[in-house]
Design a protein around this ligand. Structure first.
Ligand code: DGL
Length: 270
């Protein structure tokens, strides 16, 4: 656990397959402005949502182990629902620092929904997880919980951050995957169960046939990091954030302006 003896420059490590974790980084930085950040993206393994449980369990804990060895973070944040719902217990077993996972915000959605119809929009891998079954049973037993996985929306969020033009058909299709299911006409709350999706939340809201509440875990994770950090000191001024990619190619280089907007001014290869 971080404590008063933690070096102020020990970073918080954020991990995702791509840029999705930026939606988790943003509220964390807003709450802890001087937090040193290493943002790690597994660009060589992207996308995660179409991979099998076995592939992700073989890949993610080992990769996080390498990142922790290299950067010595005070806390690791799995800023990816797919990786967290599948590998969280393996990662916790492999690391000796606190690990925060991002899991679908079904609990706040069940508190917010008036119609008791909730959509869970994630990756294909996330929406089939027993972890999601458990959250649904624990917190939304009286709700109809619709699920849809969209790899196209993940790729779209990446493309938008690289500066590609909007294509309203893609968020509309993703939302239709929920709305077109039986009961979808009553859905009033959508859980953004993939960290890429809050990055295109405005476009999803614009595609919705009526006003809906979109929820994600970002604010809760920021509070969790602050709680786990406790009394451990932060630097006196915000240090430049570092982005680390498992493969640096043109796709990554095109992301540099967006990364800089999130305070990540340095790009390195792992
Ligand atoms: N951002 C990730 C998530 O929260 C996964 C996207 C992907 O690589 O498919 O699930």
């Amino acid at each position: 656990m971080p404590d008063a003896s933690t070096a102020p420059d020990a970073p918080v490590l954020f991990f995702d397959s791509g840029v999705g974790g930026l939606s988790i980084l943003k509220p964390a930085r807003a709450l802890m402005p001087n937090m040193p950040v290493v943002y790690a993206a597994d660009s060589a393994g992207f996308p995660y949502g179409t991979k099998t449980e076995a592939e992700l369990t073989a890949r993610v804990p080992a990769l996080l182990g390498r990142l922790v060895e290299r950067y010595n973070p005070r806390i690791a944040v799995i800023a990816c629902n797919t990786a967290a719902t599948i590998t969280l217990s393996h990662v916790r077993a492999a690391l000796d620092i606190p690990v925060v996972g991002t899991v679908p915000a079904i609990k706040p959605a069940a508190l917010a929904s008036k119609t008791r119809v909730i959509g869970v929009l994630g990756t294909e891998a996330t929406v089939r997880q027993p972890y999601v079954d458990r959250l649904a049973a624990e917190h939304g037993a009286d709700c109809l919980i619709l699920r849809h996985g969209s790899a196209a929306l993940v790729a779209y969020a990446e493309a938008r951050l690289r500066g590609e033009p909007a294509n309203p058909a893609i968020p509309a299709d993703a939302l239709a995957g929920l709305l077109d299911q039986p009961g979808g006409d009553r859905m009033d709350t959508v859980v953004l169960a993939c960290t890429h999706f809050p990055l295109v939340q405005d476009e999803l809201a614009a595609a919705a046939p009526r006003p809906m509440t979109f929820l994600d875990g970002g604010a809760g994770i920021a509070r969790r990091i602050a709680f786990l950090n406790g009394e451990a000191p932060w630097p006196a001024a915000p240090p430049p954030g570092r982005a680390v990619f498992t493969r640096v190619d043109d796709w990554v280089r095109e992301l540099a302006p967006a990364l800089a907007r999130f305070g990540l001014s340095e790009i390195n290869a792992l």
